[in-house]
Each structure stands twice: as structure tokens, then as C-alpha cells.
Design a protein around this ligand. Structure first.
Ligand code: GDP
Ligand code: MG
Length: 176
């Protein structure tokens, strides 16, 4: 592109235990690779080639924090250029939480058209499934966002997830 490389802040949000940090560690790759760097605690940077154009994602996995007040969560709601709202397909409560988070995000960023992907993780755990694919899809339609099921455990659709969020940000950028 004319402006060279582009940087996008992507924030992982979702209930405890759904697989956010596992997705982040796959994104980051093994610690000694040169193109993957842990910037600060729970923040990862990686440059991806998507559709022939490079993009650098700053992935932020600090939604869960031990501090009592929730300024970190408020901060997370403000700083993302894009969001991955993650639930576990084996945990209906985490799916319901995803809806709450979508509403919270919409409130926090009212005037903006922020790219979001609803992520149904743990798709490998077929026998423990509590949320069907069609429920996930229907929810994404209501949310007006993209949907993907992933398995961080067997690394299914994880690459597609991160490429997908780059495409979503670009679509909005290009329509401006
Ligand atoms: P977080 O709290 O959202 O950051 O979730 P974690 O990444 O810490 O994952 C919680 C637990 O779920 C860990 O024991 C992970 O190994 C496990 N886990 C994460 N992703 C998957 C997945 O896709 N499939 C399976 N079977 N387990 C997963
Ligand atoms: Mg975590």
C-alpha cells in the first residue's frame, strides 16, 4: 500500500477459561521466533501477510486482571481497532456473556463501526458442545459481526481468525 505497513490493535475479550490466552500464545508463536515479540505482559505483536499486503497486529490479552477496580476493562473497551469476542462452545454461560460484552462494547464506542469477530472456541470438544454452530451464526447476525469456530487446542481455524480480523479492518478502512 501507499503508506507501507499498518498497525491494528486487536483486543481479546470473553469469559474466564474460554481460551483467550491459548489463542494469543498461538498467535505469538514460539518465544524464540524473530517475527513474534512479547511487548509487555499480555501484549503480542506480529506481522502477517494477508492478501499480498502486510499488517502488524498488536494483540492485547489483558481482559482478565486481578485488580479490583475495572479500569483495565474500561481501557480495553476504548483502545481496540478490532475485537475478538470469545466464548467456549462447551460453556453456554460464556456464550451469554459474549452478548453482554457486545452490548458493553457498543455503548463504549457508540459512533464507531468497529470490526468484531465472534469466536466459538474449543470446537475440538465435540461431545461437550453446549452451543450449536447455527446458534453462533445467528448471534453474529444479531451482533452485526463475523463468526468463526476455532480450536486453539488443535490449532484449527486460528490462522483464519487472525487473517479474518485483518480483512475486516481493511474493509472498513477501504470504504472510507
Ligand atoms: P482464558 O481464561 O480465556 O485465557 O483461557 P485459557 O487460554 O487460559 O484456556 C483455559 C483452558 O482451556 C486451558 O486449560 C486451555 O488449555 C484450554 N483450552 C483453550 N483452548 C482450547 C481448545 O480449543 N480446546 C480445548 N480442548 N481446550 C482448550
Ligand atoms: Mg487468560
Amino acid at each position: 500500500s501507499e503508506s507501507g505497513n499498518t498497525y491494528y490493535r486487536v483486543v481479546l475479550i470473553g469469559e474466564h477459561g474460554v481460551g483467550k490466552s491459548t489463542l494469543a500464545s498461538i498467535f505469538a508463536g514460539v518465544p524464540d521466533t524473530l517475527d513474534s515479540e512479547m511487548l509487555r505482559e499480555n501484549t503480542y505483536e506480529r506481522t502477517l501477510m494477508v492478501d499480498g499486503e502486510s499488517a502488524t497486529l498488536i494483540l492485547i490479552d489483558m481482559w482478565e486482571n486481578k485488580s479490583q477496580d475495572n479500569w483495565i476493562q474500561d481501557h480495553c473497551m476504548q483502545v481496540g481497532d478490532a475485537y475478538l469476542i470469545v466464548y467456549s462452545i462447551t460453556d453456554r454461560a460464556s456464550f451469554e456473556k459474549a452478548s453482554e460484552l457486545r452490548i458493553q462494547l457498543r455503548r463504549a464506542r457508540q459512533t464507531e463501526d468497529i470490526p468484531i469477530i465472534l469466536v466459538g472456541n474449543k470446537s475440538d470438544l465435540v461431545r461437550c458442545r453446549e452451543v450449536s454452530i447455527s446458534e453462533g451464526r445467528a448471534c453474529a447476525v444479531v451482533f452485526d459481526c463475523k463468526f468463526i469456530e476455532t480450536s486453539a487446542a488443535v490449532q484449527h481455524n486460528v490462522k483464519e481468525l487472525f487473517e479474518g480480523i485483518v480483512r475486516q479492518v481493511r474493509l472498513r478502512r477501504d470504504s472510507k
